[in-house]
Design a protein around this ligand. Sequence first.
Ligand code: HEC
Length: 469
Amino acid sequence: MNELYYPLNDFGPLMKGLVIGGLGIVHVFLAQFAIGGGMLACWFEWLHGSGRSSLSREFIDRYFKILVLVSFVLGAVTGVAMWFTTIQIGPRTIGLMVQEFHWIWAIEWTFFCLEVISGYCFYRCGSGLDHRTRLKLLITYSASAWFSLFWINGILAWQLTPGEWLQTGNVFDGFFNPGFLPSLIFRTITSLTIAALVAAVVVNLVPSWTRSDREEIIRHIAMLLLPMMAMPLLGVWYLSTMPSDSQEWLMGGSPAMMMFLVMAVGASTLVGCYSVLGLWKQRLFINGATATMLLALAFTATAGGEFVREGVRKPYTVRNVLYSHSMTLDDIRHLREVGCTTNDPWPLQDAADYPTDQLRLGAHVYRVQCSICHTLDGANALSHLSSTWSTDQKRLNIGQLQRTRNFMPPFAGTPEELEALVQMLEWHHEGRPEEWTSTGSPELYDKLREWIEAAPLPASQVTSEGVNQ
Ligand code: HEC
């Protein structure tokens, strides 16, 4: 049996998963801006060299300053913050990702270093260099930025579609998984789109330019929005690589997931239509306000898309291997015997708030098994979700969690722990009174054990070499 490390922190009204999700969205958006920004700068430098645009050079220098300030500084801060929160919230998932893919991470970091160094060189010295050197530097920058996406993308896609790796445990089977290619192309096009929309904002910030100067640059920017036309097809391809239960949630099985999908598709469609029909075909002008609004829509699309990607993985962080609360199926079997709180080294922070030991136990079970996706009163609140259930319904539905909703992991504790959790939820729902009668009898616990075991566990848990160490 493994030592299980549970999160220390309590994020109050935010479920823990949401903290990672929220940070992740900002980080992904900034990182994609950095990648697309490099490509955009290459394109404009080439336009300058081939005599197609007299203003492009000035534009790159202004654009690149913003790129470095926003994306390098905020991107780096949110990136480090991601590591800090994920190792707090899902240390075992991160552990597995590092264990399986350490060489890939190492390669990714070398590309990231190259990206930062070449980006800074261009930022500091770019304006004094000749065209060929500038182009070389920008190509180095954008190629290394894109390759850092290439490497990370494989690891992220593996979490949802680990593919052959489940049988072979081979790093490259995991890396070049079914979702790898569609998500790589999808993210590359997203990067170009974000960079182009930021450019449309920047064009409007140059005080000395006339309207026709701006129009010239906008025409060139519009070219970078054209690949968006492939997005619907890519989206369908990406969806088709997902496991069938994930697809079902998106097609209506989970209202929340479907809402995020609609948000992502709707916002992308609006950006796409305006870009392709307006900017490219009709050669419309775009002012600062419209450009900012389109950028906000692109952010909405990214947010929706990232939520969908994180959401459809439920109840796993690594599909078929590791559940969202950092347990494997073997752990769940084991914890049903010994209890999920017995060997948990972390005490309850608010133990004094509970009038009885049973309620304290219930709160502990909640923290270990539910708090990654639920809160008591805030987002996805348990007191609200279970409020209409009778006591026996709570016992049955929570004991058979994977049957209640198949995006939840199976209950991983003893009948005593189940009863304690149910009592804690009822006590909380009643407004946390100072007195509460403890429950439990051998007959009740026998019945609860029967209920827990009546719901089948997934047939076979495929484990790769590293998982159970
Ligand atoms: C992997 C994430 C995850 C974990 C872990 C999880 N849940 Fe859920 N649970 C969800 C989601 C998502 C919903 C759907 C919420 C909705 O429909 O709005 C849900 C719904 C519920 C519902 C309402 C079910 C219904 O049919 O209306 C209850 C009750 C519930 N969870 C209890 C729990 C309890 C108790 C635990 C801990 C033992 C737990 N959940 C662990 C994600 C999770």
